[in-house]
Design a protein around this ligand. Sequence first.
Ligand code: HEM
Length: 146
Amino acid sequence: MSFLVVLHNLLRWVVLLAGAAAALKAIFGLVGKQSWTPLDNRLGLIFTISFDLQFLLGLILYVAGPTMQAVWGDFGGAMSNSALRFYAVEHIFIMFISLGLAHAGRSLAKKAANDLKKHQRAAIFFTLSLLLIFVGIPWDRPLFRW
Ligand code: HEM
């Protein structure tokens, strides 16, 4: 299980980099009135795929990870411990909303009528998703694990 914690720890950087690249490309595309290219599509895809993978790892850790073991032992008691409640409630809730925003951004950008609207939707949804990821990450944990 500690292997999954290491993976979840490190994959965070892939999700953050992919999200930042997808959001920035969309913002520059919008401001510079550029056309929507296969690269824009690919960046959104890499962001959502890495996020999906992180989500899956997170769910496994939620059910069977070391931190949640303490929560499952006494869920009620864990609610009055802010460190445990963070993983039991806040972390999963924030990341769930953020994942929804990332997928909505990708699908709405695909459906948009013109390139400017594609960039606009991707820029708004990917930026909001990325902001929520920043808020939801437990920055008190190690930045890198091996
Ligand atoms: C809904 C999706 C997610 C769930 C259910 C989830 C669940 C968890 C759980 C249970 C832990 C505690 C691991 C343990 O110590 O046992 C954890 C830690 C962590 N999560 Fe998530 N997570 C999710 C999404 C994310 C995302 C999207 C990111 C960042 C992009 C992220 C970053 C982290 C980090 C950095 C840690 C600390 C790992 C460490 O101790 O080194 N999580 N997560």
